[in-house]
Design a protein around this ligand. Sequence first.
Ligand code: MG
Length: 382
Amino acid sequence: MSAWAVLVAAGRGTRAGLDTNKVFYPLEGRSPLSRSLDAIAQTGLYEGIVLVLSKDDFLAYRALTAREGACSLVKSVVAGGKTRQESAFAGLKVVPESVEWVSIHDAARPFAGEALFRATLDAARETGSGVISTDVTDTVKRVEEGRAVETLARERLRAVQTPQSFRRAEILRAHMAALADGFAGTDDASLYEREFGSATLVTADGARENVKLTHRGDFLRGDIRMGTGYDVHRLVEGRPLVLCGVTIPWEKGLLGHSDADVALHALMDAMLGALGEGDIGRHFPDSGEQYRGIASTELLRRVVELAREKGYRLGNCDVTVVAQAPKLAPYIEEMRANVARVLGVDISRVNIKATTTERLGFEGEGLGISAQAVAVMRSEAG
Ligand code: MG
């Protein structure tokens, strides 16, 4: 009753838009490939794993095992082919003949747990095949030249995933027959159906969570990052006092290359810090003529744009302005509304407060104003 797993990780992951094969991309600190190998090992159902990699990824795999640890169940690492079908076949061919059952799984589905593997193996032992599936919640249409020509009956449709389990000799035979006939299928079950008439679809707890990591957002979803910012500007006569984009009537204003909005500078530094993007000095240097006198709300808009390009938006922020005078309380709500509007978030996500320093230090002596900020950035789905 011995069973092995074939883990297919030879895809390019081009749809993920990442610069490496997506299964090597760290997902909250651990790659999908390592997670998938661990998941298979932890089922306790398999005596060996054949890992199928793209030839180009052998070095990356070696680096990965050095970084994240090797899975002792991996007995062979083989090079995949041009298609998923060729890759699965390459893996199946090296499973020892003494092995009776084999489960084929995609490394891009790192959340498959023991229940799914067990369900497909149980079904395979009973009927010859076992394929994880879920019901279809979207309406599915058949299209021709971009126009819907038929709406399929949803209750008769199933979405099919991996793992898929088979008798080793039978799925190997199905692959060889497909190869001989030039038949291309998108999963192993389709080759099995072709050879043996049908495959058994099973559902198990966790099938819904067994997502295939495909797009960039799949890797970023749920990522939360925090950054801090701090800034000081000198108070001088003959300049306007601008805080969070609000011009506050006062005898002095802040000195700086831009509008010297110390509060927004601290906030932008917090946001850039969360994104691992340095600080505003790097993005909008003082030496740049194009930033002379520029409104910091405009700079903040660009930071928001940068964050969006990286797949993040502000979760919340908290800004403290330290000034002995003027009294800022009457302007706080307008400042919050301003910042929330530029950030494109609800005002409840923006907190701004002001404090004095009991006349201590440069703020207390009225020589300057400082600001501190904390920002949490959240990854956006999709
Ligand atoms: Mg500044």
